[in-house]
Design a protein around this ligand. Structure first.
Ligand SMILES: [Fe+2]
Length: 201
């Protein structure tokens, strides 16, 4: 897990040296009201899959000129006691609308580091489904999340109202995003990750 943080922080060189203003914002973070996503249960893990590429660029816009339905994916990283986790890494990757992953570059790949309120935001595309007639993946996002004092979470997220959800053996309704906006052209999906803190000593 430390290898993941080292690798990704290297890709974000200089990021954690953002200066006194950043530290001040972190110190003033408020305790958030409990939400259904934050009830002492960490976000479930799922397999990484074969298409992860390490050392992604730190950026919020992942589209790189690809065509497809726009997806804004945003949310928070919280502890199991609902504290926002600042400086958590959220590393996102997904296939394009035809089910293809960019395995030679970083299209639809990138990471963010959460702000003082544990928030992150990406602009990407709605992923398509892929597979064959006997094994088909429903549309999903892949993500790795790690706070400064948490284990590494590797998981996948799913979308409401997808016909293939019921046929995908990896599908878990706990990992459904919520739409705050859903039109033909744009979906805004939210999800709050919940991670345990590593015990000290
Ligand atoms: Fe996948």
């Amino acid at each position: 897990m430390l290898k993941f943080r080292r690798s990704i922080l290297k890709a974000s060189a200089g990021l954690l040296l953002a200066g006194p203003m950043f530290v001040q914002r972190s110190a003033s973070a408020q305790t958030l009201a409990k939400t259904p996503a934050c009830d002492d249960s960490p976000t479930p893990r799922q397999i990484e899959g074969p298409f992860y590429t390490p050392q992604t660029p730190r950026r919020s816009k992942l589209v790189d000129g690809l065509q497809g339905k726009s997806l804004v994916f945003e949310g928070r990283v919280l502890t199991t006691t609902c504290q926002p986790l600042a400086n958590a890494i959220v590393d996102l990757w997904s296939c394009d609308s035809t089910g293809e992953y960019d395995n030679s570059g970083f299209k639809l790949r990138g990471h963010q580091i959460t702000d003082a309120n544990g928030r992150f935001r990406f602009e990407t595309l709605m992923p398509g489904s892929y597979g064959n007639s006997s094994f088909r993946r429903t549309p999903h996002l892949h993500v790795k999340v790690q706070g400064p004092s948490t284990p590494l979470l590797t998981t996948q997220l799913y979308f409401p109202n997808e016909a293939l959800n019921a046929r995908d053996s990896f599908y878990n309704p706990v990992l459904l995003v919520k739409y705050s906006q859903s039109t033909q052209q744009l979906k805004v999906a939210t999800f709050d990750f919940v991670l345990p803190l590593l015990s000290k000593g």
